[in-house]
Design a protein around this ligand. Sequence first.
Ligand code: BMA
Length: 339
Amino acid sequence: MSESTEVPQATGCSDLPLFTRHPGNPILSREDWPYPINSVFNAAAVRLPDGETLLLCRVEDRRGLSHLCAARSTNGIDHWRIDSQPTMPANPRDYPEELWGIEDSRITYVPELGKYAVAYTSFARGGPGVSLALTEDFKSFDRYGVIMQPEDKDAALLPRRIGGNWALIHRPVTTLGAHMWISYSPDLRHWGSHKVILEARRGGWWDANKIGLCSPPIETAKGWLTIYHGVRQTASGSIYRLGLALFDIEHPEICLQRGDSWIFGPEAPYERGGDVKDVVFPCGQTIGADGDTIYLYYGAGDSCIAMATGSIRSLLCWLDNNSSASDGIEQLRDLISGR
Ligand code: BMA
């Protein structure tokens, strides 16, 4: 069904492109690193209390294994101060699930805990799984170990409890396919109530067969605004592009809107080339002081980090005008009325 009977049609929406690449892209690459590496990409992002931007970058070393390294900048664009050694190296001795490295973190500040939750991919013989750590300072990390067993990745914690439980969005690969799920926990250690929240489409769609969460969802008055990636398989490889979806604030398993077309895809040379060509892969964003500007940090070509800016208002407006019928509103009504 369409939302148009309930929400006044937005006017004056910007059309695509919804994100503008920074002219200085890529903003971080291997040459910037204070120690020898192969590549740096897929960074989580957070604005620290002192106003600085911190990126927790995935760094692939010259064995091919990844760790996380923090880079800090006053303006979130340049003059990065990069930790002189890995900030969060894999620790396979105590956490065997990290044998082949740790990758693609997402940071959520959790006011109730006064800490940052870092969800990341831990990679070992069983495949990639989701691990969680808490930190106050991005210097020491309190590891919770694997919270979603392989094969699973692309996870982020929501910043507050939903109905009394913590909520994690993640992407297990099951016989049903590679879809986005949500799971709930009373203590961040024991997880259940698993539900599919967004399915990969099928056939010729840009997001057919494999999707996953990008940066942590953004809380807005209309719902959790969520950027996800869709992977198109072609004769010459995969194309990673970005799409938009909106989930209900108190029932985040319910998708209210989903954009039809992708909103951002590999176009610039640093996105179309690199170790893995045709990949844009955001794991974090910060929001400007205006409460609207999105600074989206994304890995490009599995080789460098780039940034593009967008607007929460424009993204929501675009979704109003460009999403296909979703049964989310009906589902919500059923849930609320106990049907
Ligand atoms: C995905 C993840 C990302 C990577 C992307 C493209 O499956 O592993 O870390 O950027 O593939 O290689």
